[in-house]
Ligand binder design. Structure first.
Ligand code: SF4
Length: 950
């Protein structure tokens, strides 16, 4: 009997019917059951009333099964393990490809297939598909048939004979109902069902035959009269693609808003919630989302908008609205606990993984060793330890000051020795609990000095529950290896959701599937675009598609998706809510249109309006970056001060006044800074020996090669960093070839002699200090300057007696524009030119000692100095026209930057988005929170790092 053939009952009578103790209301979802209970309680004038029988179908079925049948259904995890077991065995027998792989890969494949097989088998049972129907339907279907047979064999084995699959529950209940009709006096009310599967229909028919009265609920609730919303007339709606039924007495209030992108749509939702709550604090608001909706961003924006008073102190166990929290595995304490369990003391650990261990606040002795652990972190970063062997940590001197951490590592080492063994699950659970105790995680909660927070207690308790839930696996597998056990634990932690306490519990985020039939005051329906409503069809894996479509299994065909969308739309209209539809015009960088199902409902653009009242906070403004004049501080630094001041005043202030240094990030291979130092040292050795281009030209090929080899050896002798021998050898070979090429470039220049090499200088900045009063910050009697020490890599003099100032770079060439302007990106050459009082005939240039096309000179001079790459000030091809003017402008811009530094100008005003790339201070300046920059990756994103290498 199809659903429509059951007699219907108006919903307002349902509440009365539920007063009868023989009536049961069955709902399609758990959320709808909860909503009915809420409505029942609200409709009851008395504080005390009888609890009505309102049940989600699945819970009702399980109750019937428990009452009438002897078997006990397996738990989800037990079923999955059983499927994994039979699939793993089958793969080893039948999949020739997998037979050549290792057992870990077979297990991983079996784990993935088990979920699909279990789901496919449940659908087969629900739609009465016999296993025979899978014959000759392709490899996957035949494999599924074999696995089903194997599962049935397993269920006959001792230990599982009294157990059953959840997919068998309906059939077992049906078999018992045949012999025990006892439902004569019962009334069943059905709500929230779009269709009934054949097995559900059979069960209801059987109950009807046994005398049970069955009704479907008819939704004739009418929406309240429209307020300020766009109103759709009944006539207009008759032209739309979606049907509006029974709207004879009132009209639903609907508005449809188009937003530019998903982020703006989320801000729109937050704004609507603010508006509604401002007018009606008790309003019940449903935000109905599809699977693609970003719940993380939604939570973040809602928290910012609806609980601004929480600010940075927002507790992880509180959130603005009622919505599912992240899985337990992503809560910080548990994610770190799982991470540590996954570490293996015998293997090298990536530095980031080890660093996490150093800063995990829940580990033994963390608070006492916090500073020492930070020092160890910094030391390891400086030593470029991009990988670490946990076993060898005690060899580092800095590790002596972290005995608690060494004990933690010892526990990890001991726990790692267990990982090669097989244990029964309950023993694994005991080992893990002991390990957590040794790490200090469990004791953390008992230590009153730590003041553990609610959310930490919640997390550790949920982890204990997850661990205990694994013990049920013993009935399927007598023993497990570590990887299988760990995978079980990870999936258990992914399934558990800890939900933070909502500040506005009356605003709920709910999936489209769960929203059907629920009554709200306001329904916010985002994502109403062509790709999402109706949703795209998706077939079940393993079951033949033709079979799925023949049986009209939901969502497997576009027409069932369309029918579902129509039904859902009617459910929303019946919810009695004011409806706010919205969609983003761009989804994943693609333009999309409104859902065609919305027909004539035209979207309008959103204009955000300020909301005054309870939710807004009083605003107090203050200058968060006043000038902090330089007083008696000892400033040390080179041209980096000017580079930083030019990039961003705050960066210069933080780096050279507060002396903050970003942490180094160890990388595999040799650090770019070391490579730069090696090139400088090798070239210094070469030119100390040669002194003139003529001497270079006089060398034979062998002599030149020998000189370079000696230079590279000298460079390594001066290098203080420890580099692994294989990397050292490779780098030596690279340098030999690079310097051979570079000397060819030196030979191609006009003749020259080397006047100075690596000469040290110092100058006071600003060049013309402005007197100012350090107390008031205004100009007064005392002038303040700061020293800038610098080293000019080389000064050559050519036959025309012109000086060529050279600075070696191992990075890529830069455009001339990087040296010009008020805030030059690269003020180094301008500074050398100005500080060395460059004469009109002299030149400045970078020497890019880098393989490939980038190798060569890159500089500026008044006239041609006979060096390819040094541009002349001739006004052509964007070159400047007037060399003395360039020198004067350089002086002025450097003067300006130096004055800014002295006056302590420290605003967070980066020159451009690239200035922030590789800065490393974003956690301190919090530029991301100012919204001042678009941090989209720019083409030049990686260039800065290489430009600054030398
Ligand atoms: S990250 Fe950007 S804004 Fe922050 S200090 Fe660095 S350059 Fe300035």
């Amino acid at each position: 009997m199809p659903l429509s053939e059951f007699p219907s009952l108006a919903t307002e009578h349902a509440l009365t019917a539920l007063q009868d103790k023989h009536s049961i209301l069955l709902t399609a979802t758990g959320a709808l059951a909860a909503d009915w209970k809420r409505r029942f309680a609200l409709s009851n004038p008395s504080d005390i009333c009888q609890t009505p029988d309102i049940l989600h179908w699945q819970s009702w079925l399980e109750t019937l099964h428990q009452k009438h049948c002897e078997t006990v259904p397996l738990l989800n995890m037990q079923e999955l393990l059983l499927w994994q077991q039979v699939i793993g065995n089958d793969l080893l027998t039948h999949d020739t490809h997998l037979q050549t792989r290792n057992s870990a890969e077979t297990k991983a494949a079996a784990r993935e297939l088990a979920t699909h097989a279990r789901q496919a088998y449940a659908v087969m049972q629900d739609y009465r598909i016999a296993t025979d129907a899978l014959a000759w339907q392709g490899e996957e279907a035949e494999a599924l048939a074999r696995w089903i047979e194997a599962i049935h064999v397993q269920l006959q084995q001792p230990g599982l004979q009294q157990r059953t699959l959840q997919a068998h529950i309906t059939d077992e209940v049906l078999a018992k109902l045949a012999v025990s009709p006892g439902h004569r006096h019962e009334t069943l009310l059905l709500d929230g069902f779009e269709t009934l599967s054949p097995s559900r229909t059979r069960l209801l028919n059987k109950l009807a035959q046994a005398g049970c009265r069955i009704f479907t609920l008819k939704h004739d609730d009418l929406p309240p009269a429209p307020l300020s919303h766009t109103t759709l007339s009944h006539t207009a709606l008759s032209h739309t693609a979606l049907p509006f039924t029974d709207w004879s007495q009132a009209e639903p209030a609907v508005q449809f808003t188009a937003l530019n992108d998903g982020r703006e749509e989320i801000h729109f939702l937050a704004h609507r919630c603010q508006q509604i709550l401002h007018q009606q604090p008790e309003a019940f608001i449903g935000i109905v989302i599809d699977d693609a909706f970003s719940t993380e961003t939604l939570a973040e924006v809602m928290n910012e908008s609806l609980m601004p008073q929480a600010g940075a102190a927002l507790r992880p166990d509180m959130q603005a609205i009622s919505m599912q929290g992240p899985p337990l595995s992503r809560w910080p304490m548990i994610s770190q606990a799982l991470h540590i369990m996954g570490l293996n003391s015998g293997q090298a650990v990536a530095f980031e993984d080890f660093s996490m261990l150093l800063f995990c606040p829940w580990l033994k002795d963390y608070s006492g060793e916090r500073i020492a652990r930070s020092t160890l972190d910094a030391t390891l970063r400086q030593q470029q330890q991009h990988e670490l062997q946990l076993d060898r940590l005690h060899q580092f001197n800095a590790a002596r000051s972290v005995p608690g951490l060494l004990m933690v590592i010892d526990s990890i080492r001991q726990f790692s020795t267990l990982k090669s063994k097989h244990y029964p699950v309950d023993q694994w659970v005991q080992h893990i609990q002991a390990f957590l105790n040794e790490l200090g995680l469990s004791q953390y909660l008992l230590n009153e000095d730590q003041k553990p927070c609610n959310h930490e207690i919640m997390q550790i308790n949920a982890l204990r529950d997850a661990l205990l839930s694994l013990v049920a696996a013993d009935s399927i597998e007598s023993t497990l290896d570590w990887s299988s056990l760990f995978s079980l634990l990870q999936s258990a932690c992914s399934r558990i959701r800890l939900t933070p306490t909502p500040l506005h519990p009356n605003v709920a985020v709910i999936s489209r599937q769960q929203s059907a039939g629920i009554h709200f005051d306001y329904l916010l329906l985002p994502g109403m675009h062509e790709q999402s409503f109706p949703s795209a069809a998706k077939a079940l894996t393993l079951l033949p598609l033709s079979l799925q479509r023949k049986l009209d299994i939901p969502f497997t065909h576009s027409h069932t998706c369309y029918a579902h969308a129509r039904w859902l739309w009617q459910q929303w209209l019946s919810s009695g809510a004011f409806i706010d539809l919205s969609y983003a015009r761009q989804v994943e960088n693609q333009d999309v249109l409104p859902s065609p199902l919305l027909g004539d409902i035209t979207p309008t653009a959103w204009t955000s309006t300020a909301i005054s009242g309870v939710l807004s906070m009083p605003i107090e403004t203050f200058d968060d970056a006043p000038d902090v004049p330089l007083l008696d501080e000892n400033i040390r630094g080179g041209t980096g001060i000017l580079t930083a001041q030019s990039a961003c005043p705050f960066r210069a202030f933080a780096s050279y006044r507060l002396k903050l240094k970003p942490l180094e990030q160890p990388e595999p291979g040799i650090d770019a800074r070391i490579k730069g130092e090696l090139i400088h040292a090798a070239l210094e050795h070469i030119w100390m020996q040669l002194r003139t281009q003529a001497a270079l030209a006089a060398l034979s090929e062998t002599e030149r090669s020998t000189l370079i080899t000696q230079a590279v050896q000298q460079a390594w002798l001066r290098c203080k960093a420890w580099v692994q021998p294989p990397s050292r050898q490779l780098e030596s070979q690279r340098l030999q070839s690079l310097l051979e090429q570079w000397l060819n470039i030196e030979l191609a220049r006009a003749p020259f002699r080397v006047e100075s090499i690596e000469s040290l200088h110092s100058v006071e900045l600003p060049f013309d200090p402005l007197p100012f009063d350090p107390i008031s910050g205004s100009h007064g009697a005392t002038a303040r300057t700061f020293p800038v020490s610098y080293k000019i890599d080389r000064i050559d003099r050519d036959e025309q007696n012109r000086r060529i100032l050279i600075d070696y770079k191992s990075g890529q060439k830069q455009s001339l524009s990087h040296w010009l302007g008020e805030r030059p990106k690269e003020p180094q050459l301008p500074f050398y030119a100005t500080a060395s009082a460059l004469a009109d005939d002299d030149a400045v240039s970078f020497a890019h000692v880098q393989s490939g096309e980038q190798m060569g000179f890159n500089g500026l001079a008044r006239e041609n100095v006979g060096i390819s790459g040094i541009k002349t000030c001739d006004g052509k091809r964007n070159n400047p026209e007037d060399w003395p003017l360039v020198l004067e402008q350089w002086r002025q811009s450097l003067q300006q930057l130096a004055e800014e530094f002295v006056t302590g100008h420290c605003t967070v005003t980066p020159r451009d988005a690239q200035a922030c790339n590789h800065c490393g201070l974003e956690a301190v300046c919090r530029v991301g929170e100012t919204g001042a920059l678009n941090f989209a990756a720019s083409d030049d994103a990686n260039r800065d790092s290489t430009e600054n290498q030398a």
